[in-house]
Design a protein around this ligand. Structure first.
Ligand code: UD1
Ligand code: CA
Length: 451
């Protein structure tokens, strides 16, 4: 389809009462603007144009190369905002779709239908309308006796009779590019000092050309975010949609109302997600897992058949299959737990690889370590990885037994099959198959020589 998309995002969003631009407020964990950007990217291969103004730099920084930017220096209304995109798009033929950045629930299907409607329309524009009981804040769609749309009237300017109309302007339009820019320039300044984009409908009608109105059946889709109350309402709607889709894809959640899954997360079938659990920032969870309650997983990869109870996993962790952890564990960036690793309560792991079968049952800290297979880490073990200046590595080879409360003063290496006694403070490397005890730890015996 020969289509370019303009996203209006220059408004101040005064009603958010915020120093953050409205379109950067998070909805299900992602900035509002991401939703219209994602839809635009699915609709057209052309890079969308975002009209920015208020806090433009902040918006540009978040959007990056996912759009082109047009600057609206002064926010003089939606018609004026669209005109700011002219210099970027005036050579563009075909159709130009205009959506607002504060309408994250508009679906791809609806906008596709809008574009198809305009592709068949001999007139210069098609628009979305909807019916809703609570019309507050929306422009009213006025139809003539022939039932055809002939104007949109903004609430501030509507007569009592017009205010009683319940067909509302959604705020998404698709234009014939050859007509648009000239049409826009004919908009008059309103009594509120703004150029209303909605006035193009009246202009098209006065040109004697028809306007197509496509009705959206689900009013939720047309929800505009103007306040933080709207933001919370949209979040509830979106969360419910996301959770429904996952349940239909084979994921159980006993309480969807308290299960928070961001849009770009992946979850395998037969996984169960218990209440108060957040899956964020592209987290990927395998099949047959039990996650939560009270768990946060961000941008990490969880294998199949893992159990994670009341724990926090930051971005950048990897869990292979059959890992069990919690309650109250914290995995930080670079934590990599091999198959069948078991972490009990109060374990923290950062930038460390724990090979298959490692067991760490009780309150330990492992940082900057490489730990071999089937190592047992006793309660209270700490890798003392920081000497005040730099982070130092700890290496523990296969089949080592670390006694309770061992301090591993890095850099340090514990050889295969070695043991440390309870309370040992290990300041030097330990030979394989050797037992060390005490403070600082010294050799007690070498098991394979029997001394
Ligand atoms: C607009 C429509 C209204 C419709 C409603 C649907 C107009 C005049 N009115 O009203 O008919 O029912 O949306 O939600 O279009 N913006 C700019 N520059 C500006 C002003 C606004 O970029 O100078 C952007 C805003 O950032 C926002 C969008 O345009 O993304 C809509 O502006 P907003 O002020 O929210 O319009 P509404 O009052 O909601
Ligand atoms: Ca709005």
């Amino acid at each position: 389809m020969d289509l370019s998309i303009v996203i209006l995002a220059a408004g101040q969003g005064t009603r958010m009462v915020s120093s953050l631009p409205k379109v950067l407020h998070p909805l299900c964990g992602q900035p509002l603007i991401n939703y219209s950007l994602r839809t635009a990217a699915s609709l057209s291969e052309r890079l969308p144009v975002i009209v920015v103004g208020h806090e433009a730099e902040e918006v540009r920084n978040v959007v990056g190369d996912k759009a082109r930017f047009a600057m609206q220096e002064k926010q003089l209304g939606t018609g004026h905002a669209l005109l700011a995109a002219e210099s970027l798009l005036k050579e563009q033929r075909g159709m130009i779709m205009v959506i607002a950045a504060d309408m994250p629930l508009l679906t791809l299907e609806t906008l596709k239908t809008l574009a198809e409607t305009q592709a068949r329309n001999s007139g210069p524009l098609s628009m979305l309308t909807m019916h809703a009981e609570d019309a507050r804040g929306f422009g009213r769609v006025i139809r003539g006796e022939d039932k055809k749309v002939f104007a949109i009237v903004e609430e501030a300017q509507a007569t009592p009779e017009q205010l009683a109309v319940h067909e509302l302007n959604v705020g998404a339009y698709c234009f014939d590019a050859d007509w648009l820019w000239d049409g826009l320039k004919r908009i008059q300044l309103s009594s509120k000092g703004e150029y209303y984009l909605t006035d193009v409908v009246g202009i098209a009608i006065s040109d004697g050309v028809g306007v197509q109105a496509l009705q959206v059946s689900d009013a939720d889709e047309a929800m505009g975010i103007n306040t933080r109350v709207h933001l919370a309402e949209a979040e509830a709607i979106l969360r419910s949609k996301i959770n429904h889709a996952w349940m239909l894809a084979g994921v159980s959640m006993p309480d969807p109302l308290t299960t928070y899954i961001e849009p770009d997360v992946k979850i395998g079938k037969d996984t169960i997600i218990y209440p108060n659990t957040y899956l964020r920032k592209g987290a990927q969870v395998g099949e047959g897992c039990s996650i939560g309650p009270d768990t946060i997983i961000e941008g990490s990869i969880i294998g199949n058949h893992c159990t994670i109870l009341s724990s926090v996993i930051d971005s950048g962790a990897i869990l292979e299959d059959d890992v069990a952890m919690g309650p109250y564990c914290h995995l930080r960036s670079g934590a990599h737990l091999g198959r069948g690793v078991h972490l009990g309560n109060f374990g923290e792991v950062k930038n460390s690889h724990l090979a298959a079968g490692v067991k760490m049952g009780h309150f330990s800290y492992i940082g900057d370590a490489t730990i071999g297979e089937n190592v047992n880490i006793g309660a209270g073990t700490v890798t003392c990885n920081y000497d005040g200046e730099r982070k130092n590595p700890t290496i523990i080879e296969d089949d080592v037994f670390i006694g309770s409360d061992t301090m591993l003063v890095a850099p340090v290496k514990i050889g295969k099959g070695a043991k440390t006694g309870a309370g040992a403070v290990v300041t030097h490397d330990v030979e394989p198959n050797t037992t060390v005890v005490g403070v600082p730890a010294r050799r007690l015996r070498k098991t394979d020589q029997g001394d």
